[in-house]
Design a protein around this ligand. Structure first.
Ligand SMILES: [Zn+2]
Length: 263
């Protein structure tokens, strides 16, 4: 079937950084359109994963990504509303995450806040997609191709070059409930209190004298205490609490909450 010009796509400013450089400054992206393709396919082929898309309209009405545009339709593409609908997570539980191999520093920060963040530095793309599906984890990545995999259960593109900015982006997007200091930053295991007497022999003398409250990772056995070196971590926790409370305030302003585009 011959292609023909005709599809005009207007991307919200929040999504334009995902487009090819030549399209980022365009108010409308014009694409030759072959009507065997769905709108979702066209949007993703321009670089914007559907995980990042909220409402899609074509010819002025809301459509699903499976919509097949005909003729010269004007399309608008909006970002996922923030915070993203927690109903996309089973049983109303806090979202749990799996992070791709480049986001280890972000994984440690999420764990510091008590969020369930699976991460290993040797996972293949295929293994990440499988783990996300099997354990109903949201895949966090900066790899657009990974987010476009058909088998992916749910995912999100993480904005920001540095881990602190990435953390604020995830908190702003999902506004998850926080439980700082309850999860092991090294392995993601839960932390449980441990009597000082039980571990005194493992502590440096200064620590033994100064601190009274200790927790231990149930999975790897690592010991934690909130000590002299945790100032930066305390700052991260404080910034995270502020970010989540800001995101929650915007929820009450903007009901109903929007979910991701469903193909
Ligand atoms: Zn651990």
């Amino acid at each position: 079937m011959p292609s023909r010009p005709g599809l005009r796509l207007r991307f919200a400013p929040e999504l334009r950084f995902l487009l090819a450089v030549r399209h980022r400054r365009e108010d409308e992206v014009l694409v030759p359109h072959d009507d065997t393709f769905t709108l979702g396919h066209v949007v993703q082929s321009l670089g914007v994963p559907l995980t990042e898309v909220g409402e899609l309209t074509a010819g002025g009405r809301t459509v699903r990504p499976s919509h097949r545009p005909r003729g010269e339709e004007a399309v608008s593409v909006s970002p996922v509303r923030r915070p993203q609908d927690p109903q996309s997570v089973p049983h109303g539980a806090p979202p749990s995450f799996v992070l791709d191999v480049h986001l280890g520093a972000l994984a440690r920060r999420l764990r510091l806040l008590g969020l369930d963040a699976a991460y290993r530095n040797d996972m293949s793309d295929q293994a990440l997609v499988e783990q996300a599906g099997a354990e109903h984890r949201l895949l966090l990545t900066q790899d657009r191709g990974l987010l476009q995999r058909r088998a992916l259960w749910l995912g999100a593109y993480v904005r920001g070059a540095r881990p602190d900015a990435q953390l604020l982006d995830v908190l702003d997007r999902f506004a998850p409930p926080l439980a700082p200091w309850t999860r092991c930053m090294a392995c993601n295991g839960p932390l449980t209190p441990v009597p000082k007497g039980e571990i005194a022999g493992q502590l440096p003398p200064g620590t033994r004298r100064t601190y009274r409250t200790f927790v231990r990772c149930r999975d790897c056995g690592r010991l934690y205490w909130r000590g002299a070196h945790s100032g930066r971590l305390e700052e991260t926790v404080a910034a995270a609490r502020a970010a989540v409370s800001d995101a929650a305030r915007s929820t009450s302003r903007d009901t109903p909450r929007g979910g991701p585009a469903v193909p």
